[in-house]
Design a protein around this ligand. Sequence first.
Ligand code: ZN
Ligand code: ZN
Ligand code: FE
Length: 763
Amino acid sequence: MTASPIGLKVWVEGIVQGVGFRPFIYSLAVDHHLTGWVRNTSGGVEIMLNGAPENVDAFMTALRANPPSLARLDRVETHPTPVQVFQGFEILASQSDPDQFIPISPDVAICPDCRRELFDPTNRRYRYPFINCTNCGPRFTIIRDIPYDRPKTTMAGFPMCPACRSEYDNPLDRRFHAQPTACPECGPQLYFEVNSQPIAEREDALQMARWSLAKGKIIAIKGLGGFHLACDATNSEAVAELRRRKKRSDKAFALMAFDSAAVERHAHLSPEERALLESHSAPVVLLNRKLDSLIAAECAPGQNTLGFMLPYTPLHLLLLEPMSGFPDALVMTSGNLSEEPIAYSDEDARERLSGMADAFLQHDRPIHMRVDDSVARVFDCQPYLIRRSRGYAPNSIQLPAPAPQILAAGAELKNTFCLTREKYAFISHHIGDLENYETLQSFESGITHFENLFRVKPEAIACDLHPDYLASQYAQQRAQRENIQLIQVQHHHAHLAACLADNGWNSDEPVIGLSYDGTGMGTDGAIWGGEVLMGNYSGYRRMAHLAYVPLPGGDLAVRKPARMALAHLWAAGIEWETDLPPVKALCYEERTALRSQVEHCIASPDTSSMGRLFDAASALIGIRQEATYEGQAAIELEAIADVNEKSFYPINPDNGPIQMAGLWQAIISDWRAGIPTPILAARFHNSIVHLSVVICDQIRSRTGCSTVALSGGVWQNQYLLTRTVDQLKSAQFTVLVHHQVPANDGCIALGQAVVAAHLLQAA
Ligand code: ZN
Ligand code: ZN
Ligand code: FE
């Protein structure tokens, strides 16, 4: 005897569109002999079920236990309804509701099934560079609007052929409602362009690109979120030429190899690093370089790491296909001149990249959203992001508590912006450094796109204290224009709050925040950066900071660590003796000008920057006097540090701002005694570790606070991070580090948003 049928309406929220969710529901319903329907709405997925109670129960259990691998169920709600008569189970057309939103899937690296088909000569998509299915392929980069359906993507111009259409319509097919699905008959195609003229198509285009790369040429390749500039990573001349053309002299290039085995020929791989490389986010992963790697030294000068990613699209797989005589790895750096945003439209790429690329490997699927590759490393067996972009954005981050609708404009460098709504924070892809018109434009259009996709209408705008930041100016103007509240958040407080939100911190209990970075405007007008705060989402107190030193010439000091070293020595009352490397590096005239600059405070704002302290140390030890990118001196200082050295120079944090005179004296005397640079570099790092632990200890004994949050770009330094976390933990501190957003200024927008949310809710 069977019980009489029941009706149940199910409402699912989370990442449920573009991930094969409806076919999954369809098959599950059919398996459980249920009738009804499923449909996408702009807020999630709605399901109507009719059938025997035990079957409905079994369906719900299976739904919760084993959703599709790319799905994320944030909320599942059920409501009993009257039984209705349905002919079977159906997938209905999508419904759009202007007030609701659904999280949108990031782009997903090619799945194992598509990969198999790509290399299967009997498959109709054999060697088709745009193969994808509901489990993989482009998403965020092609979505123009929601709900996520083909006409609202850049695939709108590719009508499906009958074969693709029948797969698309078949609920049991892997490509059922796969919006970007295509085949060689109906989908996008490759072509190879020289001097803006297509000279080959399809497989020929691919082979010409491969042949050119093997010959040492530089090729612009249209990918998922923009163009790459590619060349043979084992060919020193090609890499050096690419550096010249791109005007990027030292900053490391991202690399791509066919698979993990190929990566392992060049770098050490832990199981967690392999998993991160092979994950469907497919970021560039920073790995320790093997000494016998054949990767040209020019790929990552002065570093002992290599940044590798795996082919995340079918096109990249075909491009990297192993063959004798073909490079074992390619440089795949973003298609731009140094400092400019990555080119993503065909016209833009032709205009900006033709001087840099010998030829173009093009295709005719438009890119709607410019998205850079993400960069990550593994810390403590978990991903530690350096740039959160392709494969991650626009995945939301769950907030510890619901927030009003807020736009946070973010920082000036490594900008991301953030929108909040309910329990979600939508953090944008990496926008970049807001210092040129194009980047500012992509910042503004990105905000419009996100507000539209996620149906957010900000009731307040958060921004940095710095009035000159372009992001802050945008925020001010918009707040004024729309007559909504503007909330300014101090940079290092934003770091602290971002780290709390990143860790789901749901309490008003204040924590100790070690906000160490290069620059951020303080409430006293000075440039802060070596900050020990104590606070929560609502506020903070500045407990300790590095003593102020002059930042001679502002940005000039960033590019000239030697000047920073001399400023530090001057502040410490140490003579500029001519044997010291940074003194030697500057000519007499420059030193004289510098001295009068710091003595008379000319264009030399006060700074407590931790980043600049590392620069100064790097210069003083003789590692780098001039930098071509921010952080270079510190990165090279870390790279050279002896990992076995344990000793440190004590720094006394008592009596106000932390003075470095003793540290510099000790380094100089060791340097003069002939102690090798790797030991000096290590001792400097160890000193900052020790100082940090001592300060936290002192604060704990005064306040009882035993949780420490580490945020700020300086925490990208693994040597420093590893040892600080270890020592804080052995001193019984709870340590919060970033996981979902970077420690650098890529997290600032999130921090601003949660601080603003607390302020609004307290009001
Ligand atoms: Zn697939
Ligand atoms: Zn087709
Ligand atoms: Fe910062």
